[in-house]
Design a protein around this ligand. Structure first.
Ligand code: 25A
Ligand code: L14
Length: 354
């Protein structure tokens, strides 16, 4: 019997995540019958390659979801709020990469290596977690299962691609401009500010990113955390099913194109040795242990970019608490942090209906 194939729509197909979704669908040989590429009217008419043929981008509107089985959304929360419920009404199952529905009660929030069981009950819409949350939890889930994590402190080093294709262009343009300005005098070669501060209405990132680090991702909230930082806390509690888990995050943007890194400190209920943690992570799904400091082997964003697994290393005891570990991870935010995780969810969904 021929294998069942599906009509797939990619919303935000021309964006940084959307183009990666097309690559991942192709690489993993997702059983695509028809492919529909949707984006803003600005991109309508552009053509993108998939499985050796060209597909034309169409402007997003509700009628485009007629006949679609699986819709992968990555065009921001505003578009998801406006169109995901309509796609579901027209019969599609939606995997939504925006923050619009992640905390909604009847919407599963899924990392396949961590909580695949959450998929058993859905109402047509499944949310893909935030990229920093996914990358962190792929590494922490095996440690949580073994020793129960009670508290997490995390500092992120996030690449510009998280903010989309325009932010990647901002890093590129600013770097070129800065290198033109910088005289090659070893002492005085400080890169002067290129942009006036608070240019967020002109550029996708809120400050100059070239030769800089910006502790500001998404907007500031009344508790003085950013929304990105609070997403990590709230999404982690939902995915792990641990409403009382304590988490404090600081999220920063660094001048890296692709792959987020994170310094993570965990406190566990039960003791967990470094050796046991290494053994657990060596066989954990979606993880690659890179932890041989004598050979300068530790996770790096340039090594993580383009891969689907999360690199984990620098594992050591946190000597400041009773049962604590510290570690460092790098993962590709466009792949496991977004596109790969979404396609893996779609694969689980079609397995269940096949
Ligand atoms: O704040 P929001 O709304 O939540 O959006 C968040 C942003 O974060 C990214 C995504 O950027 C989004 O813009 N994002 C969302 N979820 C993410 C996640 N989980 C995430 N990033 C990481 N992880 P992006 O660049 O990756 O993708 C944007 C896609 O959304 C499409 N889109 C935008 N508005 C739309 C829409 N689709 C339908 N209807 C709308 N109203 C967008 O398509 C893109 O696919 P596009 O048509 O805007 O084309 C983008 C191409 O055109 C270039 N471009 C951008 N702006 C302009 C432009 N060209 C000319 N003039 C412009 N003003 C871009 O370079 C791109 O190639
Ligand atoms: O919530 O700007 O999925 O790096 C992920 C990328 C929020 C913004 C999300 C970024 C987005 C984030």
């Amino acid at each position: 019997m021929a294998k069942k194939r599906y009509n797939v729509a990619v919303v935000g197909a021309t964006g940084a995540v959307g183009t990666e979704m097309l690559k991942v669908l192709e690489e993993r040989r997702f059983p695509v019958k028809g492919l529909r590429l949707l984006a803003s009217a600005r991109s309508a008419g552009r053509r993108l390659a998939f499985n050796g043929s060209w597909h034309t981008v169409e402007p997003l509107n509700g009628r485009r979801f007629n006949g679609i089985d699986v819709a992968l959304f990555s065009a921001g929360a505003v578009r998801s709020l406006a169109f995901a419920p309509e796609a579901v009404r027209r019969g599609a199952v939606v995997v939504d990469n925006s923050s619009a529905f992640r905390l909604a009660e009847r919407v599963p929030l899924v990392v396949p290596e961590v909580n695949p069981q959450a998929l058993t009950r859905h109402e047509g819409l499944i949310a893909n977690p935030n990229c920093s949350t996914i990358i962190m939890l792929v590494a922490l889930a095996p440690l949580h299962a073994a020793a129960r994590i009670r508290r997490i402190i995390v500092a992120t080093y996030q690449s510009v691609s998280g903010a989309g294709a325009k932010a990647m262009a901002q890093l590129y343009d600013e770097t070129r401009q800065a290198l033109r300005q910088c005289t090659v005098n070893s002492v005085q070669c400080t890169v002067k500010p290129i942009l006036a501060p608070r240019t967020s209405h002109l550029t996708p990132l809120p400050q100059q990113i070239a030769f800089n680090v910006i502790p500001h991702i998404d907007r500031f909230l009344s508790n003085r955390y950013t929304k990105e930082e609070m997403k990590m806390a709230q999404e982690t509690r939902k995915i792990l099913g641990e409403p009382a888990l304590a988490l404090s995050a600081t999220c920063a943007r660094v001048p890296v194109f692709v792959a987020h890194s994170e310094a993570i400190w965990i406190e566990t209920e039960r003791p967990l040795t470094v050796e046991r943690a290494r053994a657990l992570l060596r066989r954990a799904p979606g993880v690659r242990l890179v932890d041989d400091v004598a050979r300068h082997a530790y996770p790096l964003p340039i090594a993580a970019a383009g891969r689907d697994d999360v690199l984990v290393g620098r594992i050591r005891r946190d000597e400041s608490v009773k049962h604590g570990l510290a570690l460092w991870v790098s993962g590709d935010n466009l792949r496991k942090g977004a596109a790969t995780n979404a396609v893996q969810i779609a694969e689980l969904l079609i397995q269940r209906t096949a």
